[in-house]
Design a protein around this ligand. Sequence first.
Ligand SMILES: Nc1nc2c(c(=O)[nH]1)N[C@H]1C(S)=C(S)[C@@H](COP(=O)(O)O)O[C@H]1N2
Ligand SMILES: [Mo]
Length: 239
Amino acid sequence: MSGPTDRRMFLRLLSLGITAPLIAACNAQGTPGMLQLLDLVGTKNEKLERWLLSRAGNDRVKPGVRTAGAKFPSYFISDSVPTWDPAVSGAWQLVVDGAVRTPLRLDLAQLQRLATRTQTVNHYCVEGWTAAVKFQGVPMSTLAKMAQPTRDAGFVDFSSFDEGYHESWDIESTMHPQTMVAIAKDGELLSPRYGAPARVHSPVKLGYKNTKYLTRITFMPKANGGYWSDLGYEWYGGT
Ligand SMILES: Nc1nc2c(c(=O)[nH]1)N[C@H]1C(S)=C(S)[C@@H](COP(=O)(O)O)O[C@H]1N2
Ligand SMILES: [Mo]
């Protein structure tokens, strides 16, 4: 760490405590000193976060809070809205593979038939905003039941067609009842802004762990980082 900015940041971190949103994560980057510090805080934090997850019930939106609807922010790392073009790439499919007994290839119609869950939950972006959002989708536990992960599959990577954006997760968060592959928001199929045709969503992870423009779910014996995680944000990223 060096310089007055890092020092001020450090003091602010101390005063905020370790679970507060640290620095703008969606589109800004910290100085190298900041990132090292975040890494340190991250490792210490992970144990606590895992414990919190093991004790947590389901996320609930406070009574009276309305869903953000079209005001829900929209992020992607590509220069323009990532859009799947079947003429270029063929029909979109979601692949489930890796450490599983039954690899899957599902098209949107199949996912629609499996999309039994609708939930209004909070979305927590590390940048500091939280919004209520209504998603419909396939519980991750349903997909896992179909694919049958092997015993050593302690982690899952969610990857996308948005410039290779991906994030890997621990299996416990993946199997949380509120973790889903969402295909619809506010009763309509996802629009490209929000990650069409399918995206991960769960209130147990910070926004950046929720890969949009999903193409592949890979079960793995080891974590393999992620887009923001590799840039210094905490890998676990639990709420
Ligand atoms: N493919 C992809 N997924 C992504 C991102 C992204 O840039 N590309 N941004 C992440 C971040 S930082 C957040 S807060 C949420 C935002 O979801 P929204 O755009 O539907 O609000 O998506 C996450 N998933
Ligand atoms: Mo975010």
